[in-house]
Write a protein that binds this ligand. Sequence first.
Ligand code: NAD
Ligand code: UGA
Length: 331
Amino acid sequence: MNDHHGVERHGLQRAVVTGASGFIGSHLIDALLAAGVTVIGVDRRDPGVDPEAAANLAAALGDPGFTFVAADLRTCPLVALFLHADAVFHFAGLPGVRGSWGERFAEYTACNVFATERVLAACEDVRVPRLVFASSSSVYGTTVGGAAGEQCTPRPESPYAVSKLAGEQLCLAHAGKASSTVTAVALRLFTVYGPRQRPDMLIGRALAAALGGPTLKLYGGGNQRRDFTYVGDVVQAAVAAATAEVDSTVLNIGAGESTSVLGVLAAVEELTGHAVPVDRLPTQAGDVDATLADRSLAGELLGWKPRTALLQGIARQLAHLTANPRQTAHA
Ligand code: NAD
Ligand code: UGA
C-alpha cells in the first residue's frame, strides 16, 4: 500500500503542518515529504512518549526533510516556526463531535478557536502567503434536501461544530484585513477514514470488532448517513488548496456519496468475512442524521475530485490494521 497519496509539490518548498501527530496531519506530512517538500510538524503529542503519535509519524521521523516540534499551540512561540514557510496547514484541533459537550468545551474552544487565532496572527506576522485550515462538515448540521453547498446556512448541532465554524470564520476575518497578506482556504472535511484513522471513529472500530476486538457500540440504530471521504483524497485536496491561485474561501471536501452506518457494517462484513458484533446505544447528542457534500466548487477551484471508492478505501484500512495488529487491539 502506498501512503504517499501521489501529490505533486507545485512550487511548495517549505511547509508547516500542525496536528502532525494526528491521523490526517501525519498522512499529509508523508505526502509532502514524498513530493520533496521540507516540513516542520508541530503537535503537543510527542512521538517520543506517545505510541499513537509514534506510529503515525513512523515514516516521517526517518526523513531528513522533516523536523518535529513538540509544542502546544495555545501557548508556544510560533513566529520562528512559520518563518519562510510557503504554506501553513493548520490541522491541529480537538476533533470529536460527541465528546464536545459540557466541561470539555473549554478545551475545544482553546484548541480549536484560540489556537487558530494564534496561528493566523503568526502567519500574518511573518507573511505566510497561504493557510489551509481543517474545518468540518459538521458546521452544516444535518444535510436535508440534497447535497450541501458552501452557500448553505451553517446550522451546527454540537459544540465541536460551533468551534470549527468559529475557526473558519477567524480564517476569513484575518485574510480579509486590509493589512493582511495571508490568504486562507478552509476545507470542510467530511468524515475522513483510511489507515491510522482515529480510534474513536466508526470504520476503524467496526473493522477491529470484526477482527475480534471490542464490540462496536452502535449509536442510534445505524440509519444515520455520512459522506465518508478517504484520507488520501483529503491530502490531495489540502495540497491543491495550498498552491491553487484562489482567493480566501471555504470549500467542501467530501466524496459526494452517502452511506449509512449499517451500510458500512455490511461492507466491513463483506471485506473481513466476519460479522461485526454490536451493542446498541441511544443516539448521541450532536450526532447529525446525514451529511453529503456538494463538491463542485472544489472541483472548479482546485481541480480536485475524489478517487477512492468506499469499499476500496475500507480495504486499505483493513490491510493496514491486519499489518499492525497492536493498533487493532487498541481500537
Ligand atoms: P487527530 O486527533 O488525529 O489529530 C489532531 C492533532 O492535533 C492531535 O495529534 C492533537 O494532539 C493535535 N492538537 C490538538 N490540540 C493541540 C494544541 N493545542 N497544540 C498542539 N497540537 C494540538 O484528528 P484528525 O482526525 O487527524 O483531525 C485533524 C483535523 O481535521 C482536526 O482539526 C479536525 O477537527 C479536522 N477534521 C477531521 C475530520 C475527520 O473525519 N477526521 C473531519 C473534519 C475535520
Ligand atoms: C467525523 C470526525 O470524527 C469529526 O472529527 C469530523 O469533524 C466529522 O467527521 C466531520 O465530518 O466534520 P463523525 O461523522 O461522527 O465525525 O464520524 P465517526 O466518528 O466515524 O462516526 C460516524 C457515524 O458512526 C456516527 O453517526 C456515529 O454515531 C457512528 N458511530 C461512531 C457509532 O455508531 N459507533 C462508534 O463507535 C463510532
